[in-house]
Design a protein. Sequence first.
Length: 222
Amino acid sequence: MSLNSIMHWLRPHKTIPIMPWTGTGRWDLSTKRSFILIFGLIIFGLGDSLLIQSHIGNAPWSVLAQGVSQNLNITLGWSTFILSSLVLFFWIPLGERPGFGTLMNIVFIAAAIEFGVTYFPVAPNYFVGIIYCFIGIALVGLGSTFYITCGLGPGPRDGLMTAIHNKSGIRVGRVRLAIEATVLVLGALLGGRVGLGTALFALFIGQSIAISLGVVSRFTSK
């Protein structure tokens, strides 16, 4: 494969494409669509757990989950599950409604993170930690692509962001930044791990999702 062909496949996608498995509504269920959704959520959670196991800085929400888990003496999986469930309650006054994908997001990402931090070894040094981070970011991007394109409803955090945007009129990017910054600071105060991995996630996760959307879209269109 030539360099131009590789660059074509890795070209980021600027919008959310319609895939062969994309549903027409948040409860438009089928066996294939449900499988792809759950597969994507598991990949997402495993990617997030690699960032945690890198020991050089977590993604913002995992910083908070880790801080909560340490203070309540519960596992990271349960901490993630509880936080996701609590975020869902904030949807109620904002008028946002969950879908099948929303509920599965809460369950399977938490379970995959718990599996990953249990069975993936901790990075033995800083260099390996950086490798963990980039693999984790790539997996989170790929997992996001699969579950987003199912069209079965946003995850609790994404739904909170869009609901606040719709109610307030504040730009989505600013809402997301405010939420992520608040979560990050609170998590750090509770003892969650912040570091280079956190910065790498913030810098590259958007591009990772965009590239994954492009690759999957081009692959499925063949």
